[in-house]
Design a protein around this ligand. Structure first.
Ligand code: 5GP
Ligand code: ZN
Length: 110
């Protein structure tokens, strides 16, 4: 079982921000911004390239989570990042979105 599946089932503790039966959001261990939250589906999906008709509904839950978290934590600007594949910087092969806020972000991202 992968590390985020273990976080999703409580085997590995995390600092939770938001949870439904479908998604979990928790603070990143190595924050890249003053607020760095990870939003994951509880179901194991390796990366965004594995989203298809059978599992795409969870994407709505993930974006709803981001919106709810922004309201709950009074975050008015945030960057939502998904790294898909090793060359894009994905190190944990369980779909996740980085929700970053609390500082300015460069664009283009580099
Ligand atoms: P990626 O590089 O795959 O896009 O992002 C993986 C993220 O997961 C990294 O930002 C890393 O700090 C975070 N991470 C890895 N292991 C753990 C963990 O056990 N707990 C938490 N909270 N974050 C983790
Ligand atoms: Zn997993």
């Amino acid at each position: 079982m992968c590390i985020f599946c273990k976080i999703a089932n409580g085997e590995i503790p995390s600092n939770k921000v938001y949870e439904t039966d479908k998604v979990l959001a928790f603070y990143d261990l190595e924050p890249q911004a003053p607020s760095h939250i990870l939003i994951i589906p509880k179901q194991h999906i390796a990366c965004a390239a594995d989203i298809d008709r059978s599992n795409s509904a969870v994407m709505a839950d993930i974006f709803e989570a981001a919106s709810e978290i922004a309201k709950k934590l009074s975050i008015d600007s945030f960057r939502l990042v998904n790294n898909c594949g090793e060359k894009a910087g994905q190190s944990v092969m369980h779909l996740h979105f980085h929700m970053l806020s609390g500082r300015d972000f460069a664009w283009p991202p580099g």
